[in-house]
Design a protein around this ligand. Structure first.
Ligand SMILES: C[S@@+](CC[C@H](N)C(=O)[O-])C[C@H]1O[C@@H](n2cnc3c(N)ncnc32)[C@H](O)[C@@H]1O
Length: 231
């Protein structure tokens, strides 16, 4: 892990670019998305919108026909089928059977408009899988506007005509602490910080990938799964 730097994690902080000994890749804290989706992957069937896809291609993880969407300004892979902002997706009403929006809503300045658009492009009875950070350090992509509590995310979803099916915390407490500790311990390069980096970060990364211990109030992210109501 030593000396590696993740561009995405530092995108908003060019002044912090230099790698530090014991630096930890953010990706080392998170399980693969397939693992994170777990049983919810099967809900993503039919025509599926991968909203704000970034570099994350869902095609091998879900049964549906995936349409990767992102906007032109995004630093994403070339494998984008729909280039548009999230609040203006160029498909007819009710085109999608399911929408996955993972780690995106914190980056939009207009979440209400985006949710209105999700309702428009999702067919009645279609599924919305929405996952948004709670206790995560600022990470710009290209901006970072907000966090949601689970209650806030529930309200947002219901206000836009989706009926909640399930909701809960995502990731364990070590994921939260690992990312926060990384930001803190790479903010200076003193002897003490170097020692702490070497001791704490690999351990937190290991626990983040192996533990099931969740602390709801310290959740790294929250997720809701909802169904679009009839008109
Ligand atoms: C943190 S990445 C998440 C990528 C992917 N969903 C994942 O789970 O790894 C956020 C993505 O949202 C995109 N994005 C941010 N604001 C957007 C907007 N207004 N319209 C469309 N895409 C947007 C960014 O370009 C970026 O690819």
């Amino acid at each position: 892990m030593e000396g590696r730097v993740v561009i995405a994690a530092r995108r908003g902080h060019p002044q912090e670019w230099a790698p530090m000994p014991g630096d930890l890749e953010i990706g080392a804290l998170f399980p693969p998305l397939g693992e994170e989706l777990g049983p919810y992957a099967d809900l993503l069937a039919g025509e599926v919108l991968n909203a704000g896809a970034g570099n994350r291609d869902l095609r091998r993880l879900v049964p549906g026909n995936v349409h990767n969407q992102d906007f032109a300004e995004g630093l994403h892979s070339s494998d984008i089928d729909i280039v548009s902002p999230l609040h203006r997706i160029p498909v007819k009403d009710g085109f999608f059977d399911a929408i996955l929006c993972n780690a995106v809503l914190e980056h939009v300045s207009n979440p209400e408009e985006v949710m209105t658009e999700f309702r428009r492009v999702c067919r009645p009875g279609g599924v919305l899988y929405l996952c948004v950070p709670f206790m995560q350090p600022e990470h710009k992509d290209p901006n970072d506007y907000q966090r949601y509590t689970l209650d806030g995310l529930t309200l947002l979803t219901e206000r836009h005509g989706f009926v909640l099916q399930e909701r809960g915390a995502v990731h364990n407490v070590y994921t939260t602490l690992g990312w926060i500790a990384r930001e803190w311990l790479t903010s200076a390069d003193t002897y003490g910080y170097r020692v702490l980096r070497r001791l704490a970060l690999p351990w937190l990364a290991h626990k983040s990938r192996s533990s099931t211990h969740q602390v709801h109030s310290l959740a790294s992210a929250y997720r809701v799964v909802a169904v679009r109501s009839d008109d």
